[in-house]
Design a protein around this ligand. Structure first.
Ligand code: PMP
Length: 396
């Protein structure tokens, strides 16, 4: 049969990034490609205890259909945590539990983006957000960044040039893919611009708690004068991505619409996971656990930048993040990063080429390196192999 897929299905439909990750999964290859947390940090024992407790206390509710908004007790714990950690002060009617924070991006896209609307994003940005926005027919426009994240002069120019902008999407902390963080002053301006041009701003903050150096910066939402900023985050990086548990905070009117759309998507997020994570949050020192994660990632990031300094050609530029899981490399003189990826695979080392992170034309010679997942002993070896591949590419 010739299948007539809807216009929402990407043309070509082949999963370029999936193919990269598959190639990188070869056991011979040291991979800095995936975006995976360190599995040795998953609190398996404590989570098993929390799950047992959830079954004992709420077995039947956990196995029954539940509310689309999410478990009240979990939403209360989320609200307490984001008030303390991110200066986001909200009430129960402002928060929706989502199936991973990825679902929050999808629901916001569905709720706010009509085909042809402009959506402004950082250039480059999180590639799965680009995929969501493409599904809704967005005209995605990349706003240039500097070392401090999205440039506010460029954002204002883009807002003027695209009066049909229906959404701004941003990752202000330890951005995926660049690792860059926006300073407080700029965040204030960011929230003001969203308000001035009356455009919702989706602040995606999966990495905010994963800070291993420097000082905490308040969320963009904390500067929000009038409800234009929607704040979203996840348990994926502080607990475990496999649970698929995230949340979004916005005005009650927005949350109501997103809740209706969530009903169509999956009725509600997994009840057992919600009960178990609620018990985990009550019984464990989550701050101490997050600190252990930060210490490990800080150590791994330093090994990676030490390796870059030691083995990479001197012309190579790289970001030096204070948190999160990624750094961003630019190799002047390399145009085809996909060809570079193939060369690196021959040297048994992998990254994600920059191209899929760009809404438009990619900056040449860019790629993303993940430092959270590879063990310490592999990082230096991998950097040496990568350095050799880069030397070879630049010689040609
Ligand atoms: N936003 C960003 C910027 C991410 O990097 C990720 C995970 N890679 C997500 C959202 C989605 O995370 P999850 O669905 O696991 O909460």
């Amino acid at each position: 049969m010739t299948f007539k897929f809807s216009k929402r299905v990407p043309v070509g439909g082949n999963d370029a990034v999936g193919a990269i990750l598959q190639a990188a999964a070869d056991p011979k290859v040291i991979s800095f490609a995936g975006g995976l947390p360190a599995p040795e940090m998953f609190p398996v024992k404590a989570m098993k205890e929390a799950t047992d407790k959830a079954f004992e206390k709420h077995g039947r509710q956990a196995m029954q259909y539940g509310s689309s908004a999410g478990l009240t007790e979990l939403r209360q714990l989320i609200l307490k945590r984001i008030a303390r950690k991110e200066d986001v002060h909200a009430k129960l009617e402002n928060v929706l539990v989502t199936t991973g924070s990825e679902q929050a991006i999808d629901l916001v896209g569905k709720a706010f983006v009509n085909p042809g609307d402009t959506v402004l994003v950082e250039q480059p940005t999180y590639l799965c957000a680009l995929n969501v926005l493409k599904t809704y027919g967005a005209n995605i426009v990349g706003v240039p960044m500097d070392e401090d994240g999205m440039r506010m002069d460029a954002l204002e120019d883009a807002l003027k040039a695209h009066p049909n902008t229906s959404l701004i999407y941003s990752v202000p902390n330890f951005q995926n893919p660049t690792g860059r963080t926006m300073p407080a002053e700029r965040r204030k301006k960011f929230a003001e611009l969203a308000s001035k041009y009356d455009v919702p701003l989706l602040e995606d903050n999966p990495y905010g708690e994963i800070r291993f150096a420097g000082k905490h910066v308040p969320s963009v939402k904390s500067f929000d004068p009038d409800g234009h900023v929607f704040y979203m985050s996840t348990f994926s990086k502080i607990l475990a991505p496999g649970f698929r548990l995230g949340w979004i905070v916005a005005e009650p009117e927005v949350i109501q619409k997103l809740t209706v759309l969530k009903q169509s998507a999956d009725l509600h997020t997994d009840n057992l996971v919600q009960y178990a994570v609620t018990e985990f949050l009550k019984d464990n020192d989550v701050d101490a656990h997050v600190k252990d994660i930060c210490n490990l990632y800080g150590k791994r990031k330093k090994l990676m930048t030490d390796g870059i300094k030691k083995y990479f050609p001197k012309s190579v530029k790289y970001t030096n993040p204070e948190g999160g899981m990624f750094l961003w490399v630019t190799v002047p003189g390399v145009d085809d990063t996909v060809a570079l990826f193939k060369k690196c695979l021959k040297h048994n080392v992998a990254f994600v080429p920059g191209d899929p992170f760009f809404a438009g034309k990619a900056d040449p010679g860019t790629f993303r390196l993940n430092y959270s997942n590879a063990k310490e002993d592999k990082i230096m070896v991998g950097m040496k192999q990568l350095g050799a591949a880069l030397d070879e590419a630049l010689k040609n």
